[in-house]
Every structure is written in C-alpha cells, then in structure tokens.
Design a protein. Structure first.
Length: 228
C-alpha cells in the first residue's frame, strides 16, 4: 500500500530524529533542515501534508508557508513551534496554515491531527454530496477549495473551505461555537476558538460585498450564516 507523503521542516537534529522516526512508522517522510531546502523539495515532489517549524535558517516557517500556499492552496500545513504567543498562532493561520502545535508537543496528538487532515483531504466526494454551492455572485467548489466567478478565483485553505461548507449546509441556523469547533477540530479549547475567529474574518472579507449574506456573531452563543 502506498504511504502518504509528508514534508517535514525542522532544524533541531534531536527533535527531528525523534519526530521523523515516529512518523515513518506510518508515512513516507522527507525531512529538511532549512526553509529553502524545504521549498525546493516541495517544488520537485508532490506531498499530502506539510509540517513546518517556524524558527529555521535561510527561510523561516512563516515565509515558507506563504510560498507553499502560492504554489498549492490545498495541501494541509501544520506548524510546530516554541513560539507560544497567540499573535504568532494567528499569524500562522492567516498565512494559510491549518493547525499549530506548541513545543514540546505530544507525538500522539501530532499523529492524530495528521490522520484527521489526511482523511479529510483525501476523502472521495460521493454522488449524494453537494460539491458546488452558490454564494451570492460566487460559486463555491468545496472539493477543490475554490470560490470563483467567470472572472475571479479565490483559493481557500482546507479549514476555510470546511467552515464555509458547514455554514452553507446550515444557513440561517444558529450554530453554537463549540459545535463548530468540535466539527472542524475535534475539540473546543481556547486556541482553536481563536483560530475559528481568524477563518471567519477571512470569509467575511471574501463575502463583504455580497448583499443579503452575512456571518452574524451571536455573543456568548455562536454564529449564524444568514442568507436573505
């Protein structure tokens, strides 16, 4: 059976050895020790998921993720970092990362997140599942993470696409914050809540000019994707 391919960027030799050793029990792992090497590897090969450290020589993880997103808007990206400030987490998510783990992290948690992302990104769309939605002037291709018109295309990250699909499947219905978090992340802790706010902000910007469409924030409850 062909293994999923993971691109792993980490300059700490000890941590990289331990993490790679665990990942290779399940996946085909390419390890790079700096950002430039990692970007070149990404350009040459196809990967199913990326794991990036932030503080690396030659090119940091933030710049690396931004360049990877310019090439591929769909591949899941997970940051691993000792940077604990919420501003760093938010910056990573704004650049297109799908998740963010703070060092020291649990290998079990990393493996679980990888498994969840790979299942979602590789899931085959069934004939009963709706693939194309109409959102104002836009069409939303949830399978390919794309919002588009005849003259415009906007690529979404996997998380953004999953959130928009969840809203569209539940339009004009109040969704509790914890319900959304558990649906997308599997839990509802504080930092996942901050991540959700980032993705909602991004969707609001995309849909800002669409009359009759709004993502309402119901304080203390959750959100409602309103469509007139």
């Amino acid at each position: 059976m062909t293994k999923y391919k993971i691109l792993y960027a980490e300059d700490d030799e000890t941590l990289a050895f331990l993490t790679k050793d665990n990942l290779e029990q399940h996946y085909d792992v390419t390890h790079c020790t700096d950002g430039e090497m990692c970007l070149e590897s990404f350009k040459k090969e196809g990967f199913d998921l990326c794991i990036f450290d932030i503080m690396m020589p030659k090119m940091d993880g933030f710049d690396l993720a931004e360049k990877v997103r310019q090439i591929n808007s769909e591949v899941p990206i997970i940051f691993l970092s000792a940077k604990t400030l919420k501003e760093d987490r938010i910056k990573g998510l704004r650049l297109g990362a799908d998740d963010y783990l703070v060092k020291p992290f649990s290998i079990e948690e990393l493996l679980l997140k990888i498994e969840i992302f790979l299942k979602r990104s590789q899931k085959k769309t069934t004939t009963a599942e709706k693939v194309i939605y109409t959102v104002g002037k836009y069409q939303f291709d949830c399978k390919n993470y794309l919002v588009f018109t005849e003259t415009e295309k906007i690529s979404l990250t996997q998380r953004e696409a999953e959130l928009l699909k969840l809203f569209l499947d539940n339009k004009n219905v109040v969704m509790k914050r914890e319900e959304i978090l558990k649906s997308l992340w599997g839990n509802d802790d504080y930092f996942m809540g901050r991540s959700l706010d980032v993705f909602i902000s991004r969707l609001r910007k995309i849909l800002a000019n669409e009359k009759g469409i709004a993502i309402e924030n119901l304080h203390g409850i959750g959100f409602k994707f309103s469509v007139e």
